[in-house]
Write a protein that binds this ligand. Sequence first.
Ligand SMILES: [Mg+2]
Length: 347
Amino acid sequence: MFIASLLGGAIGDALGYTVEFMRLNEIKSKFGESGITDLKVDPISGKALISDDTQMTLFTADGILWAHMRCSERGIGTYAGSGIYQSYLRWYYTQTKRLPTEDDQVWLKSRIHERTDSILNYKELYVRRAPGNSCLTALGSGKMGTIEKPINNSKGCGGVMRVAPVGLFLHREPAHAFKVATELAAITHGHPTGYLSAGAFAAIISELINGKTIIESMMTTTNLLKGYKGHEETLQSIEKSIALADSSESPKQAIKQMGEGWIADEALAIALYCALKESNVKEALIMSVNHDGDSDSTGSICGNILGAAHGIEALDQEWINKVELKDLIVKNASDLFDLHECAFNGR
Ligand SMILES: [Mg+2]
């Protein structure tokens, strides 16, 4: 399920990346009335290119491995401050070839969780695929944003689209996954909607791994969400996705009512709506990217959800084989699973 969730996200991301900045009518005039329905393969690499959403998700997963080992070694620390902020600084480096301070250079060296290989060895991660401004500016500031000391007032979807690995790794405790994901998103997104959408997304992934249905996972999550200050906008969007999925409104009109997905709660709501509305995974992913807005982020979040909910066998094998960095994604998910088993199951 760990592998399925991360591969599902990468597939949705790659499907949507081709049409990220296109309105629906432009998508239709280029790909036909059904919109984009297949992965577009890059002629140079022969792969369907992933974007910043999957790149950052991989840095989150790598950062969890790093933070968990560092915290265990020292007996103290938070995920955000003990490896994930540093992992995001590495991501910042891949995109800009810079780090905010000289002292940060140390994070580029081989670290505790890197026995044989480093995420920094993958050249595909250095390619800029429309990285989000909030992420770049916040990480470039040299300060780590927190909920207590917000780095900005951003509620873009850059915080939510990268936290599926938190839900996977901490699935035994959805409330903990929620909290940790809010802290990770707050590194770059200071508005409550920006980080609470991330918390909600991680908690949903957790509950899916625990065997709950999508709607049951959303119920646990809305109860957790209500305990946080500033939750109203995020809650409203999640509830709207449920009501619309339950209604006879056409997907095209329903998605319009939820927004365009550039904002965190809208991206989460569109992804949830598609996962609820369409039981066929391939069709749900196609639905999640064919709209006016941020197609790769809604596709990525939807793919993470569908993978966690339905498993690897529900994903299209041809799509799995086409997606860029497939081997790294599988390795990353497997490492996360192995560490989870070792840390929480004593294996
Ligand atoms: Mg993207």
